[in-house]
Design a binder for this molecule. Structure first.
Ligand SMILES: [Fe+2]
Length: 203
């Protein structure tokens, strides 16, 4: 459960359903970290805070009148769904006072992914997709992959994101492409082909 102090901060910027999602991402991420015998503190907090900027926009931030706040306006114009991930670490530092770089990095890369992610970053990237509130047709499949290998699951989430954007003719961020390509090279051509075939069949 999200501690009350953290919940109070999140509630200033997020609706209740987004806080509930953040709680589930955190619990999912802790379960994954335990499965992989990793420390849980970083991913637990990253789950709580990863979407803190999700309901904001450059215009709303302007109204908050925060001193010296970078706007990232062009990122918002080009990728409105991604902007919150890059603004999130700044907000967390300001609102929650958490400054450790490994943790902030999980927040920064949770939407696009990137090549050579840390295991903590991979866990949040995947947990955001497979938390039990999600109803994606390939959720259970990717959850199974995450028990087998974080690299397989990371490749699957990046591939799924690209397949969905291609279908909707959305703009794919370069970091997502680099993430997919990097993890494809890690898991190998055969496994990568199988995963993409299954993702297409499930969609
Ligand atoms: Fe999320």
């Amino acid at each position: 459960m999200i501690p009350q102090l953290v919940r109070d901060q999140l509630a200033l910027y997020l609706p209740e359903e987004r806080i509930a999602h953040s709680d589930r991402v955190s619990e999912t991420a802790v379960g994954m970290a335990e499965h992989w015998k990793m420390p849980t503190d970083i991913v637990q907090r990253a789950g709580w805070g990863h979407d803190i900027a999700k309901a904001l926009s450059p215009k709303k931030v302007l109204r908050l009148d925060w001193d010296g706040w970078p706007q990232f306006d062009s990122l918002y114009d080009d990728y409105p769904a991604i902007w919150h991930a890059f603004v999130g670490p700044l907000m967390i530092e300001k609102c929650l006072g958490w400054t450790d770089s490994e943790f902030l990095s999980c927040v920064r890369w949770h939407t696009t992914g990137r090549a050579k992610m840390s295991s903590f970053e991979q866990i949040i990237f995947v947990a955001d997709y497979i938390e039990p509130g999600r109803s994606f047709d390939d959720r259970d499949y990717i959850q199974g992959l995450a028990k087998e290998s974080l690299d397989l699951a990371t490749f699957a989430v990046a591939s799924r994101s690209i397949l969905s954007l291609e279908k909707r003719r959305g703009t794919i961020h370069a970091h997502t492409l680099r993430c997919r390509d990097y993890y494809q090279s890690i898991v190998g051509q055969e496994d990568a082909k199988d995963i993409v075939r299954i993702l297409i069949n499930l969609s």
